[in-house]
Write a protein that binds this ligand. Sequence first.
Ligand SMILES: [Zn+2]
Length: 210
Amino acid sequence: MQRLALSSSVFALLLLSTPALQADSAKPDSPSTAVAETHKEHEEHEEHGVHEHGVGTLSIAIADKVIEINLDSPAANVFGFEHKASSEADKKVVAEASATLEAGGNLFDFDKAAQCKFEKAELNTGQDELSEEEKAADKEPSTEENMGAEHLDVGVNWVFGCEQPASLKTITPKLFASFPAFERLEVEWVSDQGASAQTLEKDQAINLTP
Ligand SMILES: [Zn+2]
């Protein structure tokens, strides 16, 4: 049997080829929070698929003893804002949220019998490079208009190793508890046993049985 290649491009292909997700992305936005209303250009910002505040995409790939989990989320869900952090207060928020995300072992519960251990995390905060132009723009007072123009996404890739993968029946994320701005997680998982999708609106078990 062909082994799954564990890379983001595989996830991207899987997601693109999933009719459920395509149908979902065509649905009108449901929750209208104050934050969402200041971001009227959402529909035009589609490079990463759906950028909807409150919503994150969790992609899980299970290949033998290796569990890889990807989170793709608007930065607002984890930092509370999407501009580049320039103030000390904003930088502190980014640093603390990044530390929480990188400590992946605290963000997911696995069936004990599967003996899973957190191995590593890769985090892309979208905060890295601040161009000269952006630095200059940062000095201007923020208006609703120029705040609304910025939409940053956060990407996290966690890798876990499980000694007894056959005993792994559920994975329970704790992202809602850690980041209350999440309203919905669109979850997709794939293993050599099958694949499925599930929508979470709170921290609850993802069923890995097809
Ligand atoms: Zn946004």
